[in-house]
Design a protein around this ligand. Structure first.
Ligand code: ADP
Length: 275
């Protein structure tokens, strides 16, 4: 019989696998928000979706796994750091009764710190982060994944194996080329694709009301049709989104119920809830 040596590192990994399985089993749906490129609004979309789903009465967790540019703590008001409740136990910040938020950014001492990670360390930090957060029972876990299709999103996708992908893009071709890669990435990993969201699709002129196609238009919808994935909706450009996010008050968008942005998000939430 082959004599297999079990090292402390093997044991640690097995324990981590068990803890990941145990934690994720209590979460009904996991939504992996991804994008081909940075700057298309992935974190904004992840935060808005989490806020809206929680307001609709779902128990929601929002997890920011971006090692290099964690941005959720800079968009919505999160006071204090990470709550370490035991060895290998991190409890999320209670944003509201229905919404818990945790971010790699909470680990960083200073907002402007640059964290330099080597490849294997990145992978183990992401696995550890996913395994250690104690969410309890949730209806939705919204995961703000690092952009692209490299090691980091791959680690998240391989750790949260039953996630559904929501792919955020802007309408112009340079963004769409990367989205095709994201779709192929999901297909290779056999990850269910919930759909594509086109963000920053046109700006309504405040003077004449006419729509200006700043980054072109309709690209996300056309590409979804060509790649045979659902198109979930388009969100217009709204300077208020930038202002509120910069002031860490993105949640105030929810008070502007007659804005195009709010209506766009509501229609996206309807589709996400239906699954
Ligand atoms: P990513 O996570 O893809 O890097 P962010 O969510 O950080 O992108 O958004 C990048 C910038 O775009 C932020 O300043 C954000 O406020 C802004 N933004 C996102 N969506 C919109 C929108 N619909 N209208 C205007 N600005 C937006």
């Amino acid at each position: 019989m082959e004599n297999k040596i079990t090292t402390p590192a093997d044991l640690e990994r097995t324990q981590q696998d068990l803890s990941i399985k145990r934690n994720l089993k209590r979460i009904k749906r996991k939504i992996f928000v991804m994008s081909g490129k940075g700057g298309v609004g992935k974190s904004t979309v992840a935060s808005m979706i989490a806020l809206l789903l929680s307001i609709r009465g779902n128990r929601v967790g929002l997890m920011d796994v971006d090692l290099h540019g964690p941005s959720i703590p800079n968009m919505i008001k999160i006071r204090g750091g990470m709550n370490i409740t035991g060895k290998h136990e991190l409890s999320p910040f209670e944003y509201s009764a229905n919404l818990g938020v945790i971010s790699m950014g909470m680990i960083l001492q200073e907002q402007d710190d640059a964290v330099i990670w080597r490849g294997p360390l990145k992978i183990s930090a992401i696995r550890q982060f996913i395994s250690d957060v104690t969410w309890g029972e949730l209806d939705f876990l919204i995961v703000d994944s690092p952009p692209g299709t490299g090691d980091e999103p791959l680690t998240v996708a391989q750790t949260i194996t039953d996630a559904e992908a929501l792919i955020v893009t802007t309408p112009q071709e340079i963004s769409l080329a990367d989205v095709r890669k994201s779709i192929n990435f999901c297909r290779q990993l056999k990850m269910n694709i919930l759909g594509v969201v086109e963000n920053m699709s046109g700006l309504k002129c405040p003077h004449c009301g006419e729509k200006i196609a700043v980054f072109s238009e309709g690209g996300g919808k056309r590409m979804s049709g060509a790649m045979d994935v659902p198109f979930i909706g388009e969100i217009p450009i709204d300077p208020e989104v930038v202002r509120l996010a910069d002031e860490r008050q993105l949640e105030h968008i929810l008070e502007r119920k007659d804005s195009e942005v709010y209506k766009a998000y509501m229609s996206i939430i309807d589709k996400i809830e239906k699954g």
